[in-house]
Design a protein around this ligand. Structure first.
Ligand SMILES: C[S@@+](CC[C@H](N)C(=O)[O-])C[C@H]1O[C@@H](n2cnc3c(N)ncnc32)[C@H](O)[C@@H]1O
Length: 272
């Protein structure tokens, strides 16, 4: 039997993938059942789902592909061809140097034909962490030669996973009453790095997610940037919790910083 490849990184670039956490995620799995149902509520690139299935082949693993990463995987051959052609056009142009726009025509050809994986393409011609989503946005960027030298390969990556695509709330509702379920909870970062995700996450969205941790088995990922743990610890020690703003009046004022950024200053006042 052919040996299955175990991926340690998502086959196509995905910002926020838990690649660097696998070293700690894998040994922690020992505390959970080999035959449980693992529900990856915020699947992203599917790397956590893939890892669970690789380690526990008998587990049922639900990968919630909310971003349609699947479409990117399905088009991997097209992406390899495009990047291969760009590599050929650039020839021995020095690495990491600024490049001209001569190959944009080649990108446009695929764009007009219906599909370009702009996120993957971005990682080959934009500075690290920079992503665009369309040809128009790409054409405005300064481009660099960081073209990958080998093809992308996703063979077997989704093998054995049950792939769904829905809001995590709906998925949670389907599984919360079942026995032997483990939730993987890796929500988008709080109002940062939301560039390549479909939506923008506010504090309320972030707090809502905490409800899926109530009485369930889970893995939850966050960062100190969100201060969520600090907040929960504060709530725990300062109970009974109440809203200090109840009964106050709210007034807001829009402040414009410059043409593309503004915020709202808020005054709350209470007089009795
Ligand atoms: C931090 S990423 C998850 C990364 C993933 N663990 C990995 O290793 O690739 C969070 C993901 O949640 C997705 N997302 C945003 N809103 C969602 C929602 N309402 N329901 C489910 N997923 C959502 C984002 O699009 C993003 O793919």
């Amino acid at each position: 039997m052919e040996k299955k490849k175990v991926f340690t990184t998502a086959p196509l670039p995905f910002m926020g993938q838990k690649r660097k956490f696998l070293k700690q995620f894998k040994p922690a799995l020992i505390n959970y059942s080999q035959t449980a149902t693992y529900v990856d509520l915020f699947g992203g690139s599917g790397l956590l789902s893939h890892t669970v299935k690789a380690i526990y082949p008998d587990a049922t693993v639900i990968y919630n592909d909310f971003d349609n990463y699947r479409e990117r995987l399905d088009n991997i051959d097209k992406t390899n061809r495009l990047i291969g052609d760009i590599r050929a056009i650039l020839g021995d142009f020095p690495k990491d140097k600024r490049i001209g726009v001569e190959f944009l025509k080649r990108v446009l050809k695929d764009d007009m034909a219906g599909y370009v994986d702009y996120i993957t393409l971005s990682s080959s011609i934009l500075f690290s962490m920079k992503y665009v989503q369309s040809f128009e946005a790409l054409a405005k960027e300064t481009l660099y030669n960081c073209v990958r030298q080998s093809d992308y390969d996703a063979t077997g990556y989704l093998h054995g996973l049950t792939v769904v695509s829905k809001c995590y709330k709906e998925l949670f509702a389907e599984y919360k009453h079942l026995e032997n379920v483990v939730f993987m909870v890796d929500p988008p970062y709080l109002s940062t790095e939301a560039g390549t995700y479909k939506s923008f996450w506010k504090l309320k969205d972030y707090l809502d997610v905490l409800q899926v941790l109530d009485g369930t088995k889970y893995f939850y990922f966050t960062s100190n940037k969100s201060s969520i743990i600090e907040l929960c610890e504060w709530i725990e020690t300062k109970t009974p919790m109440s809203n200090p703003f109840i009964g106050s009046t709210t007034a807001t004022m829009n402040a414009t910083m410059n043409y593309n950024s503004s915020y709202t200053d808020i005054m709350l006042y209470k007089y009795e």
